[in-house]
Ligand binder design. Structure first.
Ligand code: EPZ
Length: 425
């Protein structure tokens, strides 16, 4: 398994360009199942989760060509309505095949999804929505099976603004004749990008002034040529990494308004932030980092996906700061590893109570999930001396050429591949 060897203690300096959003590209790739026509997607990051999604599409019967950020999805044969457990277990987003397959073929059989081990992560909101649309849900041999004779339009109030359920139900409703109304939906920018992609396929779908998603189902969707939005989580991660190393970094090709709360909190913590329409520049105002309490919340609240990197920053604050994780129930697995690097963190249920320390100390640590892994990389960049972050495959799920981008900013980070150098694992 790959590891990162980081010689920390250097300020990040320079310019970094943001990749396309993983969490927008994944559902838009799934949306290609809604049509037999050819779809082109641009600015698709080259990530492990994207490669898994491509394998899922191929297993279902699509032909997919990935070339330098552009993906072409063509129809090859009649689509299958089931995906193998080996693929689904790698990524929770695989459950998004359910909506498109159910609406087109009136059935889908999908193993319960895996993904980052950050909580129980059920799919009950997706399934209740499908049932309201007329589907029967059962479990057969470990698979969730959704079947319908006919699907009908419906008004659904989601019990929680789940990103995944909003996307699945929206894709499903796009081919159900009549008017479906989804309330209490996720308002993450990735949902907006999927709406844009579906519109370009001919879907009649919009957000009304009350924040509801209104879908007038059409009988057929056609191909699309869509460019994926910038990754706001990668953007936020670089801003935080720059702050933690007291660096000076300009982040380009991003959408600052998608990270508004984070930028506000960084101002509160004592950093200078300058933005244009598509750049963010962060510089250090003071030597000290002011403590800022934070609670994660659905968009436009503070993103749960930036909670772990934010924790690394707050570990270096002068004073004490609380972080409350209100989206996932088990998303503090990076905390004990940060403690091994000298941080002072106490976990009380869903709150991390942090007392700032002057610096991190180098250590060998292990990534246990995608964003938690990046929190350890940030700590490694700050710690003077050599740190090792193991199980980098988690980080590879969501950060494109991360070590190259950090090296460009002056970091000393190397990937160590034991297979290539002939070491035993
Ligand atoms: C998406 O996951 C993202 N994944 C996650 O990013 C992100 O953390 C999350 O949204 C919240 O913003 C992708 O886009 C691929 P949810 P998703 O459904 O859709 C509970 C990353 O690091 N819930 O909004 O799975 C659930 O257990 C990843 O890139 C139910 O109870 O998130 C969780 O506590 C990790 N029942 C909360 O809602 C349901 O049916 C939010 O989940 C669905 C969700």
């Amino acid at each position: 398994m790959d590891k990162f060897i980081i010689k920390g203690g250097k300020k990040l300096k320079g310019t970094v360009e943001i990749s396309g959003s993983k969490n927008a590209a994944l559902p838009i790739l799934m949306a290609t199942l809604l049509t037999d026509e050819t779809c082109f997607l641009n600015r698709v990051p080259n990530l492990r989760d994207i490669r898994t999604t491509i394998k899922i599409l191929e297993e279902l019967g699509k032909k997919v060509i990935y070339d330098n950020g552009t993906v072409e999805v063509r129809s090859k044969r009649k689509l299958k309505t089931t995906v193998s457990y080996d693929l689904v277990k790698q990524m929770r987003a695989s459950f998004w095949v359910a909506g498109p397959l159910l609406t087109r073929f009136k059935k889908a059989s999908i193993p319960l999804p895996g993904g980052c081990a950050i909580g129980v992560r059920p799919v009950d909101i997706h399934l209740r929505g499908f049932e309201k649309m007329g589907a029967k849900v059962s479990t057969e041999k470990g698979n969730v099976v959704v079947k319908a004779k006919k699907l009908h339009p419906v008004k659904i109030i989601l019990s929680f603004p789940s990103v995944g359920a909003t996307l699945n139900l929206m894709m499903c409703a796009s081919l159900i004749p009549g008017k479906t109304v989804l309330e209490n939906v996720a308002r993450e920018p990735e949902v907006g990008d999927v709406i844009k992609a579906l519109q370009s396929m001919g879907a009649n779908i919009s957000l009304d002034e009350k924040g509801r998603i209104i879908i007038e189902g059409v009988s057929k969707l056609h191909g699309m040529n869509h460019t994926v939005i910038a990754d706001r989580i990668e953007t936020g991660t670089f801003v935080i990494a720059a702050a933690a190393t007291r660096g000076e970094v300009e982040i380009t090709e991003c959408v600052p308004e998608h990270n508004e709360i984070l930028l506000e909190y960084l101002l509160d913590a004592g950093f200078n932030i300058e933005t244009t329409q598509d750049t963010i520049k962060i510089t250090c105002r003071n030597k000290k980092i002011k403590p800022v309490n934070m609670k994660t919340a659905p968009f436009p609240g503070f993103a749960t996906d930036l909670q772990a990197p934010w924790m690394s920053l707050m570990c270096l604050c002068s004073g004490s700061a609380d972080i409350s994780e209100d989206i996932f129930e088990n998303r503090f697995m990076h905390a004990p590893e940060l403690v091994r690097m000298g941080a002072n963190i106490l976990i009380d249920r869903n709150t991390a109570k942090i007392t700032g320390v002057k610096s991190f100390s180098p250590a060998v640590v292990m990534a246990s999930d995608l964003r938690g892994g990046m929190a350890l990389v940030i700590a490694g960049l700050c710690a003077k001396g050599t740190s090792v972050v193991e199980r980098v495959y988690h980080i590879d799920r969501g950060y494109e050429i991360i070590e190259e981008k950090l090296t460009e900013l002056g970091a000393n980070i190397k990937r160590h591949n034991p297979v290539l150098v002939g070491e035993e694992e």
